[in-house]
Design a protein around this ligand. Structure first.
Ligand SMILES: *Cc1c(COP(=O)(O)O)cnc(C)c1O
Length: 345
């Protein structure tokens, strides 16, 4: 696709710098990269290519289709598929050669029956999402697996919660009952919790892409994605004019409006109605009225020289926009739709 009225400017050096920061913060452990959901919406192929060149050696996806998409870019054994193998996945799994993350005894049985070979293992240390329960670790199928990474996942690492230490303690104890090449617990936020949480490998996702789940990351993590939208039409309205669906904004004085090519179908959700901000150079331009499917309306009275076709940058600072919209930083990134041109620089 080209000449979309929507583009995502993507800062490749910020992405690799973020990985280097997280790798250094992981102490003696190495940092891998969570690239599920199409690299958190930024494009998994580009992200994997850049991070592999920077030295990242382990990549985590959720679906087998996501493993397939990046399988030509790195050694398939560098890819872990977090969902594990369903019966309908086995054939594709063996073809791709990526490692399933085994989450249950049934998945272990299935993988052994297929003669699958090397895999990873997820232990549930208290989140009660995916993973083998602690009391099932002794099961013969689990003990027979050829495990590269034995991992668990923190539920509350972005908070100073007692759950963190409880999960760390349980994982530290359980790992002695599982023979694996490497052990791994921390996501982006978990990296900030200290050496006890690092083990051999960390698995950051959000902060690679500029997300700040904890204050410790605020200083060094750089933004990666900057959405921009083109102006489609400009109009002048008088005081009293009603703007957009359901007339949720009424002009108090005459004003100049621009209609831009971004809407909720692009991930710019209705939570930004009458709240979102765009920028042109140093001017801040507020959204007025409801966000539509493909369009949003802005007050550009402070920039009367703007014209059709000019590009405006969304204010997409993840921390402030998460507060503004009630969406999580994860949702702000992964929601970015399919209609953006991706421009890495
Ligand atoms: C998504 C995910 C990660 C990455 O988490 P972030 O909070 O984005 O750093 C790590 N491990 C597992 C199992 C995940 O599902």
């Amino acid at each position: 696709m080209s000449n979309q009225p929507l583009r995502l400017k993507l800062d490749g050096s910020a992405l690799t710098s973020n990985w280097h920061i997280l790798d250094a913060m992981s102490g003696g452990a190495s940092a891998g990269a969570a690239v599920k959901a199409d690299g958190y919406g930024l494009g998994a192929k580009d992200v994997v290519t850049l991070l592999a060149a920077a030295g990242c050696k382990d990549f985590f996806v959720a679906h087998w289709g996501e493993a397939f998409d990046i399988s030509g870019l790195v050694d398939p054994k560098a890819i872990s598929v977090l969902n594990g193998p369903l019966p309908q996945d086995i054939e594709q799994a063996l073809q791709i050669g990526a490692k399933p993350v085994i989450n249950s005894i049934a998945q272990a049985d299935r993988w052994l029956a297929a003669g699958g070979g090397q895999c990873d293992l997820m232990i549930d240390s208290g989140m009660n999402r995916l993973g083998v329960a602690p009391h099932d670790i002794g099961n013969p199928a689990i003990q027979k697996l050829d495990i590269d990474i034995c991992m668990s996942h923190l539920a509350s690492a972005d908070e100073d919660s007692r759950q963190n230490a409880a999960q760390q303690k349980l994982f530290s104890a359980l790992r002695h009952n599982i023979s694996a090449r490497r052990y791994s617990l921390a996501n982006s936020a978990g990296i900030c919790l200290g050496d006890d949480y690092h083990f051999d490998l960390t698995r950051p996702g959000l902060s690679l892409y500029g997300g700040i789940p904890r204050n410790e990351l605020r200083e060094n993590i750089r933004p990666v994605a900057q959405p921009e939208a083109a102006i489609l039409q400009i109009r002048d309205v008088e005081a009293g004019a009603h703007i957009g669906y359901n007339a949720t904004f009424t002009a108090m004085q005459s004003m100049r409006l621009a209609v831009i090519a971004i809407g909720y179908a692009d991930g710019y959700l209705r939570a930004f109605s009458n709240k979102g901000l765009l920028r042109y150079e140093n001017q801040i331009l507020p959204i007025v009225g409801r966000i539509s499917m493909d369009l949003s309306i802005l007050d550009i009275s402070s920039c009367p020289h703007l014209q059709e076709g000019d590009w405006l940058a969304l204010d997409y600072d993840l921390v402030t926009n998460a507060q503004l919209s009630g969406l999580s930083q994860y949702e702000l990134l992964t929601g970015l739709g399919k209609r953006f041109d991706h421009n890495w620089f």
